[in-house]
Design a protein around this ligand. Sequence first.
Ligand code: ACO
Ligand code: KIV
Ligand code: MG
Length: 564
Amino acid sequence: MPEMIANQAMPPSDYVRIFDTTLRDGEQSPGATMTSSEKLEIALALAKLGVDVIETGFPAASPDDLLAVQTIAERVGAAAVPGRPAPTPPIICALARATKVDIDKAWEGVARAAHPRIHTFLATSDIHLKHKLRMTRAEVLDRVRAMVAYARDLCADVEFSPEDAGRSEPEFLYQVLEAAIAAGATTLNIPDTVGYTIPSEFGALIAGIRKNVAGIDRAIVSVHCHNDLGLATANALEGIRAGARQAEVTINGIGERAGNTALEEIVMALATRRAVFGLRTGIDTTQIATVSRLVSAATGFNVQPNKAIVGANAFAHESGIHQDGMLKHQETYEIMRPEMVGVTQTRLVLGKHSGRHALRNRLEELGYHLDEAQLAAAFASFKALADKKKHVTDPDIEAIVSTTRAQADDLYTLDALQVACGTTGMPTATVRLRGPDGALHVRAAIGTGPVDAAYRAIDEIVRVPSSLLEFSVHAVTEGIDALGEVSVRVRADATSSKRHPQHDAAARVFHGHGADTDILVASAKAYLTALNRLLATYGVEPKDDAAASESNQSGHGAAVETAR
Ligand SMILES: CC(=O)SCCNC(=O)CCNC(=O)[C@H](O)C(C)(C)COP(=O)(O)OP(=O)(O)OC[C@H]1O[C@@H](n2cnc3c(N)ncnc32)[C@H](O)[C@@H]1OP(=O)(O)O
Ligand SMILES: CC(C)C(=O)C(=O)O
Ligand SMILES: [Mg+2]
């Protein structure tokens, strides 16, 4: 378990505080509004995750937001949280504009926490001063002094953010930050509010602040980056390298517009590249996947499959060369163990890019041990299926194996099938089978439906006295590209069983099943499998025409016209 250093005024220099703002900036994502009970559940999970600070909301925004902040302050911030890495509750923070009304509301929200924090902000960029606040720089300086001091009278822990710091003139920014420190701010958070900076600039901004702001050592410098250019994590890491010791982040990177720096990315970058950064956090990384799912469910924001750390594909491998490498040594294609972030295991996804090593591995996991010839046949079927389907699932593989195994001893194999059917005309099937002699046999037949037509055409070639007893079809996988599986039961008729009089009635029934994304192909394969089993028992002796006709009548109903 990592050591928690949540509430020390000045943590050790190698400790990066994780300030989670999923419930405040995260909730500012259009459409991400959460209910009070969802917020409480997430706050409990964040505490268990080991975050140092939870920004719970903006109490001046609405009575419900105030209530959610108060509830979290009491339920999560006032006592030790079960499962939290250390028995200290997290700091509970609320945001406020630089106004007395907002600050009073924020205090009303967090006051009952064991470690409350008021976070107040005021923009410092010329664009914001001129067009939004309509204030002069002098007015901004006065307001910061007055409002930080006002907050500090209420609360010992006050964070100040110069909004849009990334586009602010550095000299003015330094003056504002000095004013905030002098008025009692304990954390100075530097937001790249509109995600404008690039990593070198943001790192230089933090370095400049640490060098030029008088009294900076009395406060913790924090980074708060937005992802408008996809640089939020890179910028935050550069800020940390330049001396910031708090990172403001959200789960899954949600937040205003393109979102904030993702908690999981910062924490795992620091942990995985510890040799580069030499820094640590108090996060129990094994909780990351759970909290990610919780936030996704509460906000209704699905995590993109290729999202770093928490995306469904973050520990999944589809291409054969990667899968082969992974089977030989995990570090060939993974820089983190999935268990470190609470993902049960690496997934080798079987698809069109997979190779034999991965297929054999999955087959063995499923309990199938195929010889080389069977594996080669299964691999060919697997590739054919993968060309039609996005993912080849375990049921698909099982269906392939049973078909492959049956096919190994098959006397007749399906070479081609063509069916014409619909609301007009007569269902007609043309079948081409490879026979025991290695030659191709082609027949066409008309039936009551496409399956009946196909079976009649097969009967015309195989010519073994039999009756179809049962036919059933079901989808073995989900979705429109599902693999369909057909099962049939075929009874050997008297003519064939005469050759083996010892067989009782039950032993004269043969089942077969076939799988394919085309249900008619699956039907033909299933029927052939059953007939092949029958032939393997009774031997190959073509029935005479009379028997064939009799069998067709009893087996499939309507009379047959056979096209040759
Ligand atoms: C970068 C960020 O993430 S900032 C945080 C964003 N979060 C939110 O906005 C929380 C939700 N907001 C709300 O519910 C509402 O905007 C409220 C309740 C806060 C304010 O609502 P209203 O009083 O109706 O004001 P409105 O939102 O329309 O305009 C904002 C006002 O605050 C002013 N203001 C903006 N930032 C600050 C600040 N940091 N300190 C003081 N005043 C500010 C604006 O200049 C504007 O003032 P004006 O009315 O004199 O022109
Ligand atoms: C309120 C501040 C910290 C903010 O969210 C931003 O500037 O992006
Ligand atoms: Mg923000």
